[in-house]
Design a protein around this ligand. Sequence first.
Ligand SMILES: Nc1nc2c(c(=O)[nH]1)N[C@H]1C(S)=C(S)[C@@H](COP(=O)(O)OP(=O)(O)OC[C@H]3O[C@@H](n4cnc5c(=O)[nH]c(N)nc54)[C@H](O)[C@@H]3O)O[C@H]1N2
Ligand SMILES: Nc1nc2c(c(=O)[nH]1)N[C@H]1C(S)=C(S)[C@@H](COP(=O)(O)OP(=O)(O)OC[C@H]3O[C@@H](n4cnc5c(=O)[nH]c(N)nc54)[C@H](O)[C@@H]3O)O[C@H]1N2
Ligand SMILES: [Mo]
Length: 687
Amino acid sequence: MTPAPLHVVPGACGHDCPDTCAWVVEVRDGRAERLSGDPEHPFTRGTLCAKVNHYLDRVYHPDRVLYPLKRAGRKGDGRFVRVSWDEALADIASRWNAIAAESGAEAILPYSSAGVQGLIQQESLDARLFGSMGCSGLDRKICGAVAAAGLSATIGCGTGIDPEQIVHSRFIVLWGTNTIVTNLHFWPLVREAQRRGAKVVVVDPIRTRTAEAADWHVQIRPASDAALALAMMHVMIRDGLVDHDYVSRHAVGYDALVERVKEYSPQQVARTIGLPAEEIERLAREYATTQPSLLRPLIGIEHHRNGAMQFRTLACLAVLSGAWKHRGGGLARSTHKLHFAVLDMDRVLMPEVHKPGVRVLNMRDLGKDLCDRDLRPPIRSLIVYGANPMVSMPNQARIREGLQRDDLFTVVHELFLTDTALYADYVLPATSQIEHLDLSPAWGHLYLALNRPAIEPPGESLPNTELFRRLARALGRTEPWLFESDESMLRGALASGHPWLDGITFERLWEEGYARLNCPEDWRPFANGGFATRSGKAELYSESLLEQGHDPLPWAGEIRAADGLQLITGKALHFLNSGYSNMEPLRRRAGDLFIEVHPEDARARRLASGDAVRVWNERGEVRAVCSVSDRVRPGVAWMPFGGFVDAGGTRRAVNVLTAEEPTDWGGGSGFYDAFVEVAPAEPLPQA
Ligand SMILES: Nc1nc2c(c(=O)[nH]1)N[C@H]1C(S)=C(S)[C@@H](COP(=O)(O)OP(=O)(O)OC[C@H]3O[C@@H](n4cnc5c(=O)[nH]c(N)nc54)[C@H](O)[C@@H]3O)O[C@H]1N2
Ligand SMILES: Nc1nc2c(c(=O)[nH]1)N[C@H]1C(S)=C(S)[C@@H](COP(=O)(O)OP(=O)(O)OC[C@H]3O[C@@H](n4cnc5c(=O)[nH]c(N)nc54)[C@H](O)[C@@H]3O)O[C@H]1N2
Ligand SMILES: [Mo]
């Protein structure tokens, strides 16, 4: 018998990750046999990651939700029965129509995040449908928004140079980012720069894998980054290491900044930062004098109460050094806006059809808002897609309490019965990335990829876009723009006429898989100033911040101190946020939920490695295994974020310990300003 022919279909990873890898799927007889990194793609270079190497196990996982499910037990206990799409859609539509008639459509909250990160599956027809209904809006500020807002206060935007230009840098500071774990495909470029003579510094309170691989680990106290940047500026100003030519042409507020940083000598702030003054001095001098120097932050430092200020001060540092003038110098963060500024997003989202003036709720506050009896109108229905807030948002206990409300009607569109889905009235089956069409812009590089569907959706699963078409129909809507096809929306987005998209057509992407935006190779966005601030210059002093009630000058920001250990809950190697934590062998490799505690703190609490411990604060408690480790500083503890059971086997996540703590500005969440106590627990039950 001749074997069925093999089809090779190019696509791109849709996970919320800066790397957006291009992949190739080998399909035989309708079944994906192999999925591997595209060897030709300059960023992917033929490799995937610890998670996506198991992507096909995710696609064909026996636990995938394949049919619409209706709740048959109490919320949270996981009993569901299979129903038809028609039945589910008709029921959802009639309930929503009733809620809208009684309380107004604002009583319905669509809740989505970047679970599928792509141009149309992440957000397109949903924005048109829910926007035109006048449902509550969602302020999606959990990831990246604070960084962008903080940088914008100084340089007018949240992006910097093309990250690939890092190979031209000579002094690289990976500032609060764990590249080897979270941005793996960027690491070879860091290495290449190192081979060409660059020094690689990591600023992180934890000795991460990335810190271990760097030339210099600056192990600061959490949230003291702004203080460190101010002390570095103090040294640069004092020692004549400022690029005065650049600053005088392209910045405002220098004299006021000079006054301000007088309070931040390395001696004065050494204790706050938790480093010897000499180390701060040396970092400042090497950073200023080794050009091109590059600051590379991702997300880590935005998850503190002073998150925006931390980013604002980093941007000031890059202005004083004049590094923007040099190839590979300045600051490199998310490239998200570079893609979205050249694609025609208004064509996709159609803001003109949205009802104006609707209430907007911050995603961080889901638990609080669901439990708020005074909220007018109350949230009576929730539809969640591309997100798992029960695990990923702060204050899990409060979210659980909210989702348990009998008078809340919850719909979840998912691939798996996540912790959020367990509380749904309806769970609707979603496609995986190899089953739908999308365009994949990247937040870690400038390659735009087309993701082609490689296999048929299993069971009755549907892409997000198709779900919203069917919901619109069930709601009795007839406007043609609620039913536009996926391909038509993608073609529309590509037809912006922006020169960076010249020649990047749907046909070309279909054939070639991806294309680099037509950004010049040697692109130095701020070499000659041109900042998109109100003054048109880099704002070391910011009138706009003053108007919003903030200090117009950079300062250390509010650094929270409390009893107990400051708990950092960072990204885990084997999980993608909460994703993959339901899968063997990834769960096995990640092991039981653990907490890393410094030897001094362990001694004071009589803890040893391997001990079963309780970790708690005023919000809740989890069980973990203790790991005594000098990867953390005294006073700091680390736990991985993402798993869905604690070490005692209870379905609760580290976010039981975090609060809906707003950041200074930018609307984010101070996850990492959580403080906990740790004590021995009774021995864990044998696994
Ligand atoms: N394997 C894996 N990869 C991922 C993800 C995942 O879950 N797993 N998630 C993806 C997502 S959504 C994102 S946003 C990115 C995030 O990518 P990163 O920003 O690199 O990841 P984080 O773990 O959020 O934080 C980075 C580092 O900041 C440090 N940090 C915490 N507080 C401070 C501080 O006050 N100062 C300094 N200097 N450092 C601090 C943490 O210890 C951590 O090592 O990763 C993406 N990639
Ligand atoms: N303590 C702590 N909390 C954190 C963080 C931290 O570092 N520490 N990091 C924060 C950050 S940076 C982020 S980005 C958030 C992430 O928080 P979330 O956005 O909630 O991320 P995930 O947990 O990955 O949940 C995404 C869900 O989308 C589903 N999904 C995937 N593809 C599709 C699709 O095509 N359609 C539909 N309908 N669903 C799909 C996945 O199965 C998954 O369950 O978490 C934040 N929470
Ligand atoms: Mo994120």
